[in-house]
Write a protein that binds this ligand. Structure first.
Ligand SMILES: [Zn+2]
Length: 483
């Protein structure tokens, strides 16, 4: 009897595998390519503009009023894009900039393109000074070149050119740029408040988040437009273990550091958060399956309905990025014990940085950690926490518009939805916009990725014209909306 059952189950597995095998064999083969511009005039012109923008140092510093520094940066923008400022209304909120380009039909909800003006500090040994905007070998070097003055430069350029061409947008178009993104400050919330005060609900918001990436996972080669459809939440928890202290020559059991160590070991060893393949992740794998050169990888990616149980436990070793899209993550980042080598701490602590996923949000994830911490006599407090953002509807018009514009400007690139594991300004816009698209239309290679917040940040100049064209298309495609 048991043998019959085992035989039957094996038969089902073989049939399912054959279905997956056939589905994969009939799948079309595709290559994903990015074709950079070869229009030398445009490339040089845009590179110079971006270089000048980099030359204005715009490091944001917590607790300092830096509005005037950012106003100097506004002056640079105004001199580079004179038509924008001649035709559009400028609103300055403490250095955070909004530009309004009036459309033909003000009954349509407007769109907004945003990119932050501020950058992180630039320490360490750079090949070229970080605020020189050096242009060499077709690349523009400097802090902010990639993250993300290239965004401001290209969408202002798009509007500048459209105005020169005599174009009138269908709906109002807003350009926004906060000056506190890198310090999680109140710049973007001030822009959001301004929108609320003026009863403005956005049809669509475009921000950074995803970009055009190369070779998204091992075994899949090519250029992929990764459209960030939502971003994970962010939390810092402080975990404190206390004791009566004492001399380290007569050590008690379970001293604070030992308890913290055991707790951290528990969290790292056991899978405390639920892994789940969301629709977006399913679609991401399905889209990139078309481009896999390895048949077996293609088989797995295209048939997640069958292979999820096998992939889940090993996904961390395939790609840390992909693994982070399936669950809340936790990372221990800071710690402190006593102030002397021979003193048992009365209090020792660690900081854990969490990134919340939608199926296990802030409250549930924090509860899981604090319940485990209690077992080790550790107290948990929340330093800061915000939940993950609303998701872009994969069946909605704004997502489809994004795909249409990418297809038009980058016809050979692969396209995939993507979950943003870092933070962007767009998380503040959920109350004024249901459709936040986190996508910078620029190719950023793996080396350049490391430069963001790191050394020798740079961007390739020949990717700038494509980005300008993409923003023009996003503005023009609004004409297809029902009046
Ligand atoms: Zn950024």
């Amino acid at each position: 009897m048991i043998l019959y059952i085992i035989g039957g189950l094996l038969g089902i597995v073989v049939i399912l595998f054959l279905i997956a095998f056939v589905r994969t064999c009939v799948l079309q083969k595709k290559t994903a390519e990015y074709n950079a511009s070869n229009d030398v005039t445009r490339i040089n012109d845009y590179a110079k503009k971006l270089s000048l923008m980099i030359q204005k140092e715009t490091i944001s510093i917590r607790g300092e009023d830096q509005a005037d520094k950012f106003r100097e940066f506004h002056n640079t923008i105004e001199s580079l894009f004179p038509n924008v400022f001649k035709h559009c209304e400028k609103i300055d909120i403490d250095g955070n900039l909004i530009v309004k380009w009036k459309g033909k039909n003000s009954s349509l909800d407007p769109i907004m393109l945003i990119s932050h003006q501020d950058v992180v500090e630039a320490t360490g040994e750079w090949t070229y000074p970080p605020f020189s905007g050096t242009i060499v070998d077709g690349k523009i070097y400097g802090r902010g070149s990639c993250d993300v003055k290239c965004g401001i430069m290209t969408f202002y350029q798009a509007v500048e050119e459209l105005i020169q061409e005599g174009y009138e947008p269908m709906c109002d178009v807003y350009l926004g740029s906060s000056c506190t993104e890198e310090i999680g400050g109140d710049g973007a919330p001030k822009i959001v408040n301004w929108l609320k005060e003026h009863n403005i609900h956005l049809f669509m918001l475009s921000d950074e988040g995803g970009c055009i990436v190369e070779d998204p996972i091992g075994g899949v080669k090519g250029a992929f437009a990764a459209i960030g459809i939502f971003e994970k939440g962010y939390g810092d928890l402080k975990l404190v273990a206390k004791s009566k202290g004492g001399h380290s020559s007569t050590p008690p059991k379970n001293s604070p550091i030992a308890r913290l160590a055991a707790f951290i070991h528990h969290i790292e060893k056991k899978k405390v958060f639920k892994q789940k393949f969301s629709k977006a992740v399913d679609q991401m794998f399905d889209n990139i399956a078309l481009y896999s050169q390895n048949f077996w990888l293609k088989l797995a990616l295209h048939n997640m309905w069958l292979f999820k149980p096998i992939i889940k436990p090993i996904i961390g070793s395939i790609s840390a990025e992909a693994a982070a899209m399936l669950q809340t993550t936790i990372c221990f980042t800071m710690q402190q014990g006593s102030s002397g080598a021979n003193v048992i701490p009365q209090e020792a602590w660690v900081i854990a940085n969490l990134r919340y996923i939608s199926h296990q949000g802030l409250v549930e994830s924090n509860n899981i950690i604090s319940e485990i911490a209690k077992k080790y006599d550790i107290e948990t407090s929340v330093i800061t926490a915000n939940d993950c953002s609303k998701s872009l509807d994969l069946q909605g018009i704004p997502y489809q518009m994004t795909i249409d514009c990418i297809t038009k400007v980058f016809p050979h690139a692969g396209i995939m939805p993507y979950i943003v594991t870092g933070g962007t300004d767009s998380r503040f816009f959920d109350s004024v916009c249901n459709n936040c698209v986190r996508f910078s239309p620029m190719m950023v290679n793996k080396e350049q990725m490391k430069g963001m917040h790191g050394l020798d940040e740079n961007i390739t100049a020949s990717v700038l014209p494509g980005a300008v064209d993409y923003y023009k298309e996003i503005i023009k495609i609004q004409e297809t909306r029902k009046k």
